[in-house]
Design a protein around this ligand. Structure first.
Ligand SMILES: [Zn+2]
Ligand SMILES: [Zn+2]
Length: 336
């Protein structure tokens, strides 16, 4: 495919799409009902449909009877951990392998003109972003997320947590599937803003931001404290009536969904000249500029509401520079 039809490449070799990013159509004012159905289709397909499928497969194939989970035993805990670990490895390796190892579409639609393997740096373990990000994602973040999931399932099974009933509250359980995306987005926005406060940024979140040029391995490359904050989204079932299936879904969404912002390509080329847009640009701009796009404005335009939205346009860039200038002026103003 010819990526120059969709965007421009600068002298450094970085590519940017021509069309500005669009925020969620649900919240536009005045309302534009014509955009609602396309938004719902884009919300469901492909990512959310896939997350629901993964959660259901986990439930059918891996989760034992409550009587088994009432005891914290290695047999079911390790089986669930292996399922999570191997499933995520296959899923992430597919994107990383095709786009970054085999380079099936070379640099076409790639935001950053370089591949991480071309940029060794002391900020990474073994000077390699790929090795560092892989170890942090798979040996720190996934075990932390799985541990949260196991503890919740164990609590549901031994009666420590009350579950909604399939017999009388099935509609509520099903309603959780779309609701979980909103909960994830609100939770992520809140912890992400918190992570950018000076102390947490310096000691915790900067680990994730070392990857200025993210790839799929970067998706869950985090400090352990951030890993815990990130997967703590599942703890919302402690305060909202839910079901163990939803506790699993609140692991699936952050674990499998983290890749969305870290693919690094605007379009993935498919056979027969087709392509799909993974919606990576908003979070790519966050990795590039830091103080913009704390969420992707995917379902709820929190970045717009709180003044941190960058849609990739010249106007978005101007607003960001204005905010920086105002911040610098504020910091340089002597306190009286
Ligand atoms: Zn990121
Ligand atoms: Zn950040």
């Amino acid at each position: 495919m010819d990526d120059s039809l969709y965007g421009k490449r600068n002298k450094k070799g970085d590519w940017a799409p021509s069309a500005p990013l669009e925020s969620s159509a649900l919240w536009q004012w005045p309302p534009q009902p014509g955009k609602w159905l396309p938004w719902v289709v884009g919300f469901v397909w492909p990512w959310n449909a896939m997350f629901v499928l993964i959660t259901c497969l986990t439930w059918w194939l891996v989760i034992p009877e409550p009587a088994v989970m009432a005891q914290l035993q290695w047999s079911w805990v390790l089986k669930l951990f292996a399922w999570n670990w191997l499933g995520l490895l296959a899923y992430y390796a597919l994107f990383e392998g095709l786009l970054y190892a085999r380079k099936t579409q070379d640099r076409r639609f790639k935001y950053n003109g370089k591949f991480p393997a071309e940029q060794p740096s002391d900020v990474f373990w073994f000077k390699s972003q790929n090795i560092d990000n892989f170890i942090r994602s798979f040996f720190i973040s996934i075990p932390i997320g799985s541990a949260v999931e196991v503890l919740l399932l164990w609590q549901y099974a031994n009666g420590g947590l009350a579950a909604l009933s399939w017999d009388t509250q099935a509609a509520l359980i099903c309603a959780w599937f779309p609701l979980a995306m909103f909960v994830q987005e609100l939770h992520f926005y809140a912890i992400h803003r918190l992570s950018h406060t000076p102390f947490l940024y310096k000691w915790v979140h900067s680990v994730h931001h070392n990857s200025v040029n993210p790839s799929p391995w970067s998706s869950m490359s985090m400090h352990p404290v951030e890993g815990l904050m990130y997967f703590a989204v599942a703890l919302w079932v402690l305060v909202l009536p839910a079901h163990p299936l939803i506790a699993i879904h609140l692991f699936t969404i952050p674990a499998f969904g983290a890749i969305v912002g870290h693919i690094g390509f605007d379009r993935i080329e498919l056979p027969a000249g087709a392509s799909t847009q993974p919606h990576s640009y908003a979070h790519y701009l966050h990795h590039k500029h830091f103080e913009v796009n704390y969420c992707d404005n995917g379902s709820v335009p929190l970045d717009t509401w709180f003044g941190s939205w960058h849609d990739g346009s010249a106007e978005g860039e101007r607003r960001m520079q204005e905010r920086y200038a105002a911040k610098v002026a504020r910091l340089n103003t002597p306190k009286t």
